[in-house]
Write a protein that binds this ligand. Structure first.
Ligand SMILES: O=c1[nH]c(=O)c2[nH]c(=O)[nH]c2[nH]1
Length: 305
C-alpha cells in the first residue's frame, strides 16, 4: 500500500436532543421551554486514533453527549448562543489536547398559545411550523472564534407581488417573463457576528445578557418577513440582497448576513383545452427541481472612504 497521511479529521456527537423547562421564580407555573438539537465536533491531537488505532486521546462521543445534557441542566441556556459559548469554553478548558470545537445548536420553534384576547397562557405552547433558530460557533484554543446566528426552514409564500423578467435570453431559454407570479421559499438566513468588534468569546455572554442576540434574531426575522411581504420582488436575488442590507443597518455588531433561498416553483395549470383562462388562480406546486439562490452581504467599507 502506498504511504498515506491523515490530512483532516474531526469527530463528536450529532443530534443530541433535550427539552428544558425554565420556571419563573416568582410564579413556577409560568414557564418557558427550549427544545434543542446539539452537534459538537472536536479537533485536536487525535491523529493516533486514526493512524495507530490508539484510542487513548479519544474523549468518547458518549462523554460529549453527557456533557451537553449535564451543562443543559446546570447552565442558563437562553439564548442558544450563550450555551454554545459555554460548551465551547468547557471543552477547550477541560481537555488540553482539544485545539478547536464546532458547536451547532438548533432551537425548535414552540410559540406560546394565546387566549382569544391575545394574552398568553403560562405553560402551553404551539408548534407553528418547522422553523429552527440556529447558533453555530467555531472556537479555537488560541481564542479565535466565529459566531453565526440564524434561522432555517421558515416557509413563506406570496400569491402576488413577485416578478421575473429581463433575464438573459439564449437558445436554451424557454422561461416566459412574468410580472406576476407566486414566490415561495424556505428561508435560511445567517448573520455572522463581528469577532474583531467583540474581542473575545467572553463578549458573547455580555451580548446575551444585554438582549442584543435576541434583538438581532427578532430584527432578522421581521425584516425577512416584512420585505418578503412588502416588496414587489424583481427576483429572489434582489429581494434577498435588500433583506441582508436592512439587517446590517439594524444590527451594528453583525459583520455579514447570508441567505440561502430555494425558489419553490408553482406553475400555472393550463386550462386552455377547456376554454378557461387561468388568471393566476390555480397553480401546480412543483416538487422539483427548485432554484437555489445564495448570497452573503457585508458593509461596503470602500464606500465610507
Ligand atoms: O427570482 C428568480 N431568480 C432566478 O434566478 C430565476 N431563474 C428562474 O428560472 N426563475 C427565477 N426567479
Amino acid at each position: 500500500m502506498a504511504p498515506t497521511v491523515l490530512t483532516a479529521s474531526t469527530y463528536g456527537k450529532d443530534n443530541v436532543k433535550f427539552l428544558k423547562v425554565k420556571k419563573d421564580p416568582s410564579n413556577p407555573q409560568k414557564q418557558e421551554v427550549m427544545e434543542a438539537t446539539v452537534k459538537i465536533l472536536l479537533t485536536g491531537d487525535f491523529d493516533i486514533s486514526y493512524t495507530k488505532a490508539d484510542n487513548s486521546p479519544i474523549v468518547p462521543t458518549d462523554t460529549v453527549k453527557n456533557t451537553i445534557l449535564v451543562e443543559a441542566k446546570t447552565f442558563d441556556i437562553w439564548p442558544i448562543e450563550r450555551f454554545a459559548a459555554h460548551l465551547a469554553e468547557h471543552f477547550i478548558k477541560k481537555y488540553s489536547h482539544v485545539s478547536g470545537i464546532d458547536v451547532t445548536i438548533h432551537q425548535h420553534r414552540w410559540s406560546r398559545i394565546t387566549k382569544e384576547d391575545g394574552t398568553p397562557y403560562d405553560h402551553s405552547f404551539l408548534k407553528d411550523g418547522e422553523e429552527l433558530r440556529v447558533a453555530s460557533l467555531n472556537y479555537k484554543r488560541n481564542g479565535d472564534f466565529v459566531l453565526t446566528s440564524g434561522l432555517k426552514d421558515l416557509t413563506v409564500l406570496k400569491s402576488t407581488g413577485s416578478m421575473f423578467y429581463g433575464f438573459h435570453d439564449c437558445d436554451y431559454t424557454t422561461l416566459i417573463p412574468v410580472t406576476d407570479r407566486i414566490l415561495s421559499t424556505d428561508v435560511d438566513a445567517a448573520w455572522e457576528w463581528d469577532s474583531k468588534k467583540l474581542g473575545s468569546i467572553k463578549a458573547i455572554y455580555g451580548l446575551a445578557e444585554s438582549g442584543a442576540i435576541d434583538a438581532a434574531f427578532k430584527h432578522a426575522r421581521q425584516v425577512t418577513l416584512d420585505l418578503f411581504a412588502i416588496e414587489n420582488s424583481p427576483s429572489v436575488q434582489a429581494t434577498m440582497y435588500n433583506m441582508a442590507s436592512k439587517i446590517l443597518s439594524l444590527v451594528p455588531q453583525v459583520r455579514t448576513v447570508s441567505y440561502s433561498l430555494p425558489n419553490k416553483h408553482y406553475f400555472l395549470i393550463d386550462y386552455k383545452w377547456k376554454g378557461l383562462k387561468n388568471d393566476n388562480e390555480v397553480f401546480y406546486p412543483s416538487p422539483h427541481p427548485n432554484g437555489l439562490i445564495k448570497c452573503t452581504v457585508a458593509r461596503d467599507i470602500k464606500a465610507k472612504l
